[in-house]
Write a protein that binds this ligand. Structure first.
Ligand code: AHM
Ligand code: MG
Length: 337
């Protein structure tokens, strides 16, 4: 595929060789791209169109919703529920899965999404993103129930995110590597700008919210202490640190120049009966698929994330992802007890 080709062209080309392909998947990715373009336009305009600030409501996880959380969720639903490409939708911003309107045509896919991840960054004009995971609805199921969405990450047929940063970028995997597309805002199309992205096995850059240090388990503390010890420590090299507080930006940096990202288990979240902060179905699983497809690794610290059998659409999990050798080291520290 040549650099500069449109996302639509790219999808058509890659689907062409697949037996039994009907165009439905191509249509679905186009719907998602349309939603992301609209969200990009809203994020760009920000205060000019009065979309910043709180919506005065809470989502199912008891978090205050931003106006843009609510608006972008609507944008996604609107773009995806009428075209016959999906059987059902689930979102960070909705307590329950979304059943399609009775008269809407049904497709074969399930989409789980976080319409605006890192939304606490919105009011300070720092990068945010949309994350999505695409699953197949079980054979013959027209009106899926919650249990039909509870499939492990290994069953994802595609995953991606759209980063609203200095440029808007769509990053996508359909299981054949990871490609990046940049939105040409004059032209209104995502154009292929980077193919077959690869995360180096080793890194010298870690990302973690250090203010939670006192709540971490010993293995994470050990790894971060070693990073901080630099050349003189067990890792024998100096580390740099970054924390954007926007997982999409964090993963994008790792795909672009390597690194490791951790939102580990901590006693702050376990005290609330949660395991970690990030959500499995529409944050950890799609990001794990992308990272693994780029040659990286992704675990809870103890287990590969994509192997986890999901219990709930809003389930939370600890996340350690990025450079393979560093992720394996952190996992080893957990396994050593
Ligand atoms: P959100 O879905 O409510 O936006 O929360 C997820 C975000 C991630 O993007 C980011 O990695 C993390 O929360 C930041 O957490 P913290 O505020 O603890 O730094
Ligand atoms: Mg989120």
């Amino acid at each position: 595929m040549h650099i500069g080709t449109t996302l639509t062209n790219y999808i058509i080309e890659t689907q062409r060789g697949i037996q039994g392909a009907t165009g439905e998947f191509t249509g679905l990715l186009n719907d998602i791209a349309t939603a992301c373009k609209k969200i990009s336009a809203l994020v760009d305009k920000g205060d000019l169109v009065g979309v910043l600030g709180s919506a005065g409501s809470e989502n199912v996880q008891g978090e205050t919703q931003k106006k843009l959380d609510v608006i972008t969720n609507e944008v996604f639903i609107e773009a995806l529920s009428h075209n016959g490409h999906v059987a059902g939708l689930a979102s960070e911003e909705m307590d329950e899965i979304l059943e399609l309107p009775k008269d809407a045509p049904r497709g074969h896919y399930l989409v789980l999404f976080d319409p605006l991840d890192g939304s606490s960054n919105i009011d300070v004009n720092v990068s945010v993103g949309t994350i999505f995971s695409i699953l197949k609805a079980p054979e013959g199921v027209q009106d899926p129930k919650t249990e039909d969405f509870l499939q492990p990450g290994t069953t994802q047929v595609a995953a991606g995110y759209c980063l609203y940063g200095p440029s808007t970028m769509m990053v996508l995997t359909t299981g054949q590597g990871v490609n990046m597309f940049t939105l040409d805002k004059d032209f209104g199309e995502f154009l292929l700008t980077k193919e077959k992205v690869h995360i180096p096995e080793d890194t010298q850059e870690f990302a973690i919210n250090m203010s939670n240090m006192r709540f971490w388990e010993a293995p994470i503390k050990r790894y971060v202490d070693e990073c901080l010890a630099g050349k003189e420590g067990a890792l024998g090299k100096d580390y740099n640190m970054r924390w954007v507080a926007s997982m999409v930006a964090e993963v994008h940096r790792i795909l672009s120049r390597g690194g490791i990202f951790m939102y580990p288990l901590d006693s702050k979240t376990t005290a609330k009966g949660q395991e970690g902060k990030l959500r499995l179905m529409y944050e950890a699983n799609p990001m794990s698929y992308i990272v693994e497809q780029a040659g990286g690794a992704s675990t809870t610290g103890r287990q590969r994330i994509m192997d986890l059998p999901p219990k709930d659409i809003h389930q939370r999990v600890p996340v350690v992802l990025g450079a393979k050798n560093d992720v394996e080291r952190v996992t080893r520290y957990h396994n050593e007890g």
